[in-house]
Design a protein around this ligand. Structure first.
Ligand SMILES: *[C@@H]1O[C@H](CO)[C@@H](O)[C@H](O)[C@H]1NC(C)=O
Ligand SMILES: *[C@@H]1O[C@H](CO)[C@@H](O)[C@H](O)[C@H]1NC(C)=O
Ligand SMILES: *[C@@H]1O[C@H](CO)[C@@H](O)[C@H](O)[C@H]1NC(C)=O
Ligand SMILES: *[C@@H]1O[C@H](CO)[C@@H](O)[C@H](O)[C@H]1NC(C)=O
Ligand SMILES: *[C@@H]1O[C@H](CO)[C@@H](O)[C@H](O)[C@H]1NC(C)=O
Length: 361
């Protein structure tokens, strides 16, 4: 079983879901029974459409967040409450879904995305491995609905379209072998490269250098290239991983010194990512502590607070690890996975640096 470091999300957003349309019954058996999902341990099936053998099979993990937010009226945004609407109500708010796929929904959590944590991410990764990759699986794709902590007003009327597109994509055979993708606002991006680029606008999820994988035209997914995986992507076997170790991200700036580094270590961090200035540069006063930690086998990864571009590996293996194209939060997740899988310092360094280094030397 393999889990991509950054196998995250078909993101989707919805607003209020009052005045729910009624789901029409179209047959007898439910998709969850037909797909053998009722017996998957830990999968809390809270919605299952009627099974139709001529449709693809898509599982939805609902996590809460903006998509599941509610407000007492369609126009009132002040009473907005994140993460209170369940997956059944979400599906009911987009009845077109039922003509596109057999849908099995599981309520994984009911939280705003700012409260997403390692427990929930690991649980979803393990369930995803089991549902998608176990022998004889008939599940064509998985959608994880995941809120953003902002923009609920802007996204208010676009949510149903995003969920519909995510389910359409998950059931589409052309979407296979591309890794995890993010769908928002008609654009399809690789989850590995996509970052949030604007705190407020709809055009926020982008891979500024690498571009989009495809788009939606007239409700159909269109891909610009055949299936391909991100060059730098690492996979980690999480079969035996039950928790992720603490890794702190520290933000670089003028006068950044060793104080926060020491505080993080004293507080129990097992690794540190520094969102360094520029291409990952570190201040002179912080360097003795960073090098001393590396010498002890404690990983310190330099990424960039600029968020776009690379922190380039060089020949110096005695100082901080260079994050390559991973931004600080993605670097954190890769470091947590490498630590959880028992990687040594040099294996951790290789997982971040080798592919890019080999391109350049
Ligand atoms: C529903 O169940 C009834 C009774 O078991 C059966 O006769 C009928 O064919 C089923 N309908 C569908 C669409 O499967
Ligand atoms: C399943 O999800 C529903 C809806 O969120 C919740 O009420 C119920 O407690 C959950 N059951 C389990 C076993 O987690
Ligand atoms: C099953 O799906 C096909 C394809 O969308 C559709 O033509 C058919 O009417 C559906 N059958 C039922 C019983 O809803
Ligand atoms: C993650 O969030 C869930 C739901 O709020 C909570 O039950 C769990 O304890 C949290 N885990 C960690 C490691 O904070
Ligand atoms: C997981 O644990 C099992 C049982 O100890 C072991 O056989 C297997 O090799 C482990 N897998 C990994 C990837 O560590």
């Amino acid at each position: 079983m393999r889990f991509s470091a950054l196998a995250v999300l078909a993101a989707a957003f919805a607003g209020a879901t009052n005045a729910l349309p009624v789901i029409e019954k179209r047959g007898n058996s439910t998709a969850s029974d037909d797909l053998g999902l009722s017996s998957v341990q830990g999968l809390n099936v809270t919605y299952s459409s009627t099974y139709n053998a001529s449709l693809p099979n898509v599982v939805i993990f609902a996590t809460g967040g903006t998509i599941a937010g509610s407000s007492s009226s369609n126009t009132d945004t002040t009473g907005y409450q994140a993460g209170v609407v369940g997956v059944a109500a979400l599906v009911q708010s987009v009845p077109e879904l039922l003509g596109i796929a057999n849908v099995v929904g599981s309520q994984i959590s009911n939280i705003g995305s700012q409260d997403m944590n390692a427990t929930i991410v690991l649980k979803m990764a393990k369930l995803a491995n089991e549902i998608l990759c176990s022998e004889g699986s008939n599940v064509d794709g998985l959608v994880i609905t995941h809120g953003t902590d902002t923009a609920e007003e802007t996204l208010y009327f676009n949510g149903p379209a995003n969920l519909l597109q995510a389910v359409t994509l998950a059931g589409n055979p052309d979407a296979r072998d591309r890794g995890a993708m993010i769908v928002l606002n008609d654009r399809i991006g690789s989850a590995y490269y996509t970052i949030k680029t604007n705190a407020n606008t709809l055009e926020t999820f982008r891979a500024l250098e690498q571009g989009y994988l495809g788009m939606f035209l007239s409700s159909k997914a269109v891909f610009y290239y055949p299936p391909v995986q991100p060059t730098f992507k690492k996979t980690f076997d999480i079969t035996n991983v039950t928790s992720l170790p603490m890794v702190d991200v520290l933000y670089g700036h003028q006068d950044f010194d060793y104080l926060l580094i020491r505080a993080a270590v004293a507080d129990g961090a097992k690794g540190i990512v520094i969102a360094g200035t520029g291409a990952g540069s570190q201040t002179t006063p912080s360097m003795p502590d960073i090098d001393a930690l590396i010498a002890k086998g404690f990983p310190v990864v330099a990424s960039s607070k600029v968020n776009v571009g690379a922190v380039v590996p060089d020949n110096d293996k005695s100082s901080f690890i260079r994050s390559g194209f991973l931004n600080p939060v993605k670097s954190r997740m890769q470091l947590q996975l490498a630590l959880a899988c028992g990687y040594s310092l040099s294996e951790i360094r290789s997982s971040f640096e080798d592919v890019l280094y080999n391109y350049l030397h």
